[in-house]
Design a binder for this molecule. Structure first.
Ligand code: SF4
Ligand code: SF4
Length: 353
């Protein structure tokens, strides 16, 4: 199971789509529970992946070190903005199985969203981490109307990131004309990425483009039972106040509270809406995002939620066009099955942007 462990509600950046720190009464800026309670819960899970989360998790490096020294987990990782990597000693980095660095693609796009100089800082962090013995390094993009998905993803792969994943800046942001942008820019870019993925696969190389891998993996091996992130049924978030939540974004929502580190918690039975239950793409999508299913209409209204769903469908359909050929390539041994097997819960990615 995936454990997203908040180390703080504070963040040192103020990105355009996020707004920075949580208010301390929502997610305290320091951990207020006994770490032994967390240890007890995590060590009952033989397949625990612990990912440090925030705010910016590296604002509380002492807690990260205490957890890594005292809690046994199968995998450790972190989702960080990459600006404070020097706050954690090198030998802790070498024990991280996965590091997700937030970067939005090309320098001008990243800096416009995240602040001047952030791109360079994150690339320097990437180069430093590469030499520490960290397992896989994933670029985690937020996709906005500034994004050219083909150019930005290929740019990050050319830097040497093992995987690139992204999320669309939709629903928890002000509404924008996402449909026009998707038709003119994003969806044609997705088709180009899918073509590139196939071209490289024909040459025997599997590109680490998470949304493509995640959908192909569901096609080839195991369909998703619910949202691929695992929210509430294969993944939980532990807030700094000890609440165990179904999703790390749902820090204010009562439905998301599964329990508490002190008293234990209960996983959810994921029930998808009828629209998803009838959808032919459900095995590859799993309903996309629990939070959006629960709260999406409140933020963006029914019509704009339909637009997001249209983008999801078109993205998945694009990827599925190459699925039969990819299967043939695995049968012929051009690419290997294990290179296509992707479990998002091991990396704390969501698969469907
Ligand atoms: S594509 Fe849309 S309707 Fe279909 S499963 Fe995903 S979220 Fe549900
Ligand atoms: S994809 Fe949705 S449900 Fe899953 S972790 Fe992200 S916000 Fe939460």
């Amino acid at each position: 199971m995936l454990w997203l462990v908040f180390t703080t509600g504070a963040c040192n950046l103020r990105c355009t789509y996020c707004g920075g720190s949580f208010e301390p009464h929502v997610v305290p800026w320091r951990v207020t529970y006994d770490i032994n309670k967390l240890r007890h819960l995590v060590e009952n899970d033989k397949d625990a992946t612990v990912i440090f989360y925030g705010g910016e998790p590296l604002l509380n490096p002492g807690f990260i070190m205490r957890v890594m020294d005292n809690v046994k987990a199968r995998r450790f990782g972190i989702q960080t903005n990459g600006t404070l990597v020097n706050l954690l000693p090198r030998d802790y980095w070498s024990r991280m199985d996965v590091v997700l660095l937030s970067i939005d693609g090309r320098e001008d796009v990243t800096d416009a969203n995240r602040g001047r100089g952030v791109y360079r800082t994150v690339v320097n962090a990437f180069n430093y981490l590469r030499n520490t013995g960290v397992g896989r390094i994933i670029a985690r993009m937020t996709v906005t109307e500034l994004t050219d998905i083909y150019k930005d993803v290929t740019q990050l792969l050319s830097i040497g990131f093992d995987y690139v994943h992204w999320q669309l800046n939709v629903i928890w942001t002000d509404r924008w004309d996402v449909k026009t942008w998707a038709d003119n820019n994003y969806l044609p870019g997705i088709r180009k990425l899918v073509d590139l993925f196939l071209k490289k696969a024909e040459e025997g190389r599997v590109l680490g483009i998470v949304p493509i891998l995640g959908v192909l993996s569901a096609y080839l091996f195991k369909p998703y039972e619910g949202p691929p992130c695992g929210a509430g049924y294969r993944a939980v978030a532990v807030s700094t106040d000890g609440r165990v939540l179904a999703c790390p974004i749902a820090v204010r929502e009562r439905w998301a509270i599964l329990g508490n580190v002190n008293n234990g918690f209960k996983l959810m039975n994921i029930r998808l809406p009828e629209r998803c239950m009838k959808c032919e793409l459900r095995p590859y999508c799993g309903g996309r995002c629990l939070y959006a299913l629960m709260e999406g209409e409140r933020y963006w209204g029914k019509d704009d939620i339909e637009v997001v769903d249209y983008i999801t469908r078109e993205t998945i359909k694009s990827i599925l066009t190459i699925a039969p050929r990819i299967k043939e390539l695995t049968n012929k041994g051009v690419i290997r099955n294990h290179e296509l097997m992707y479990d998002p819960v091991l990396d704390s990615t969501e698969v469907i942007p």
